[in-house]
Design a protein around this ligand. Sequence first.
Ligand SMILES: Nc1ncnc2c1ncn2[C@@H]1O[C@H](COP(=O)(O)OP(=O)(O)OP(=O)(O)O)[C@@H](O)[C@H]1O
Ligand SMILES: C=C(C)CCOP(=O)(O)O
Length: 244
Amino acid sequence: MIVLKLGGSVITDKERPETLDGDSLKQATDAVASALAGEKLVIVHGGGSFGHHNASEHGVSTTEGTHDAAALLDIHGAMKTLNQFVLSRLLERDVQAVPVHPLSTAHRDDSGDLELPTGQIETMLEEGFVPVLHGDVIAHAGAGATIVSGDELVVELARALEADRIGLCSTVPGVLDADDAVINRISAYGDVESVLGASDTTDVTGGMAAKVRALLALEAEASIFGLEGLKSFLHGENAGTTIE
Ligand SMILES: Nc1ncnc2c1ncn2[C@@H]1O[C@H](COP(=O)(O)OP(=O)(O)OP(=O)(O)O)[C@@H](O)[C@H]1O
Ligand SMILES: C=C(C)CCOP(=O)(O)O
């Protein structure tokens, strides 16, 4: 059972609002289609140039909420548009991809903890579908609604579904050190904290530092790699940086 995140920065052009990176999305969906051999796979995608701009315009983040339904529709609408592109490309390659929209199923409690039911996802997997979730805006007790990042969903899914392999495909070939070389393994946050930054572009959910922190909290090993590492990861080989 694999949980794979396709970073928004990979499948979109993060410099331009609501613009797809069609070639990269095709490369990613081709890799998924060629690697699927009866293996259970859940895909989560991020926002990239969809969602982050909308969230930022409405002042909404993972902790700052809104009670404005129009803001929810704007953010959720952008993410659904991107989700539809991802689904279409996967379906074109005969991957039996189906959407799961977090706004309709997940929420945060009043401590901000994510609650994500997975019964429908498990049933989809049993029935041979590939569930495709995405970063979204979700109801948040006491705060209206806040953003849930694709990375948070990956961590929660990996825990709940006891994933064997977790992969984050991002725009970088792995976590980079101060000389821009890929760090092979990370086992403690303190070892890499000084080189971890936020995202270079508009991103309300935290960039690389938040990814590494969240993946370190997991039991299973996870990998962060670029598009060129996706095929290797899906075939069970090492790719990019391993977080243990
Ligand atoms: N040490 C580091 N190594 C690699 N990338 C880093 C590092 N520090 C900061 N970054 C930034 O983190 C970015 C990756 O995080 P980002 O959240 O933008 O990616 P994503 O998950 O692919 O996209 P999205 O959040 O839109 O889904 C890189 O593009 C880079 O700008
Ligand atoms: C900003 C929104 C709505 C989605 C954020 O998801 P991410 O790109 O995985 O951080």
